[in-house]
Each structure stands twice: as structure tokens, then as C-alpha cells.
Design a protein around this ligand. Sequence first.
Ligand SMILES: [Zn+2]
Length: 291
Amino acid sequence: MKAAREIGVGSARQYYPDMSEVLREGEPTTARWCDLVNELDRWREAGQIATLWWRDDDAANADVRLDRLVSIAADVPISLAVIPAAADPELGEYLAHPSRSNRPAPIGVLQHGWCHMNHAGDGRKSEFPPGRSPHAVVSDLAAGQARLKGLFRARALPVLAPPWNRLDPSFLSLLADCGLTGISRVKPRHVACPVPGIREVNVHVDLVSWAGDRGFIGEAAALGGIVRHLRARRLVELDASEPTGILTHHLVQDESTEIFLRRLVAVTCTHAAARWLDAASVFPDAVRRLQ
Ligand SMILES: [Zn+2]
């Protein structure tokens, strides 16, 4: 019998089998809705809350596509990665009073680089690739922070979501100089703080098939990614405290993705063990900096 892993759950204790028994090599990364519900049921039985968060990239304008996303999310908070140089001043007014409601939308703003320009010479696009001048990087990031704070005030958190999820590691130590306290990239983080003063919280399931037709990756693949990450957290195969992040791009979002998101919102918002976190809860250090 393989070793069990012990997780403290309040006053109770739950024992899980070793991860290798559950997540075998070559396991398909697809799942169904019932698998998501079953996984959330496991969290509930363990007395734990499965935290989720939603990052949407490339925002600049309060257009009809963003409004559709906000409508689909309803009361689920969105962490909106805004391109500072392209941000329309009217976006701030929209986020305060979206068309669907008189209530402010539960939307926090993250910094999506500066102008979403590719500075990489090779095939891997990046606004902050290796070899770029540190002075230029600091200049871009500081300008982005200043513009977002000016447009969005307290809604803007000092958190960088770099375009294409790429920032050369040599630049991580520069973020604090630009007033940033957090970073969000893709895939499970290695450590919560890659450099002192910077908290990393990533996204784990990108709903867009970038290698394909830029449409939806498909229900089975999307659910597979979510269930796999939740299960790995529950079994402490990886950092269980990093909330499971969903990534959308409202500018290229197709109808299939919207149908999936509506059902994901419905399923998770009616399950006692699932909780969506707003940007301030995902990056509490960033909020403390603002206070
Ligand atoms: Zn982008």
C-alpha cells in the first residue's frame, strides 16, 4: 500500500492516497461536468474551499465584447488585465457602472505590460524578453503603473500580468522599483514569492486554442484542466494555496466559450465548496500597499 498524505483540515484530518496513484503518467486531460462536481464534492468532504479566480487579458476599451464578458460573469469577480498605453479613459467609468447594473462590477485591474509590443527577436513573443534594457523595462512598467492608477484609482492593483505571460526572470527584481507587488503568469507557480516583495499567482487553464483556430479549446479539455489542477491541489501535489486560475480573452471569445463560461459560473456558484476570489483577495499584499 502506498503512503498516504495527511492534510490538516481544521480540527478534522483527512487522508488521501499518494498522488502517483491518482494522477498517472499519460492520464488524459479531459473531464466532464460530473467530474468537476465530484471533485468539488471531495473538497467539501475534506472541509476545504476550492478557490478559483478569473483573469481576462487585453482590455483597453469598454466595448460590447467586454460587456458580454461582464454579463456572463454576473457576480463572479474578474481580474481584468488592462494594456496601459491603450486604455480608454471611459473604461474606468464603465467598470464603475457597467450597463447591466447600477452596482459597481466586481472587477479589479491588473497591469498588462505597457503597450503589448513584442520586443523579442526570436519566435517567442514577449514585451520583456532577455536582453532588453533594464532601464527600458523599468520605464515601461512605471509608466504603466502611473497610467492605471490615474485611470482606475483603487481598482488598479500593483500586479503585473505580462503580455504572452512572459517576463525574463532577470527583470523580476525590478518590479518592486516600479511599485509592483505581484505578478501573474501561466502554469502552477514554483514558489509564492519568486523574489522578495513579489507574490505570484498564476492562471492554469487558458480557454483559447491559440495553436488552432483561436476558438474554444473545448469543454472536455477545459474541464480536464480545471479538475486536474483542483485535484493536484487537494492532494498537495503542488502548491494547494494557489487558487485555480481561468484565463479568457474577451476580444476573441466565441459562442462556445461563452456557453462554457455560463455553465461554469452556474455550477461553481451553486456548490458549497467552490469560491471565486476577487483580485484583492488573490493579491492581498497589493491591497495593503494601497492602504
Ligand atoms: Zn495580451
